[in-house]
Design a protein around this ligand. Structure first.
Ligand SMILES: [Zn+2]
Length: 109
């Protein structure tokens, strides 16, 4: 959903406050001086709030992933999170006995 007409509402001195909180309790506050702008302002607030929830969910997900670094079953060393062309993946930065890079892939990642 895209928001249009924000400038028009600003003429009525409608103010939006978005409070980001680390505990996940985000707050979107809308102060409306023009009664005609209520519906649009509420729609904006709802859309913004749901977007905040989505963004927060992703942030929490990334945090969990970084905490759960799997261990290489060959070298018993923690693996590193890499950013690949097809997305993030876990990689072991140790070499095998024959000199080749470890290609161990953890299960479930
Ligand atoms: Zn390894």
């Amino acid at each position: 959903m895209s928001w249009r007409g924000g400038e028009a509402l600003m003429n009525y001195r409608t103010t939006y406050q978005v409070m980001m909180s680390t505990d996940g309790h985000h707050r979107v506050t809308v102060t409306i001086e023009d009664p005609g702008g209520t519906d649009a302002a509420l729609a904006w607030a709802k859309a913004t709030y749901s977007r905040l929830l989505k963004a927060n969910g992703q942030a929490e997900l990334l945090q969990e992933e970084s905490l759960e670094a799997p261990e290489c079953a060959v070298h018993f060393s923690p693996m590193e999170r890499m950013q690949g062309r097809l997305g993030p993946f876990w990689s072991c930065h140790q070499k095998n006995r024959d000199g080749s890079w470890c290609s161990y892939k953890p299960k479930g990642f």
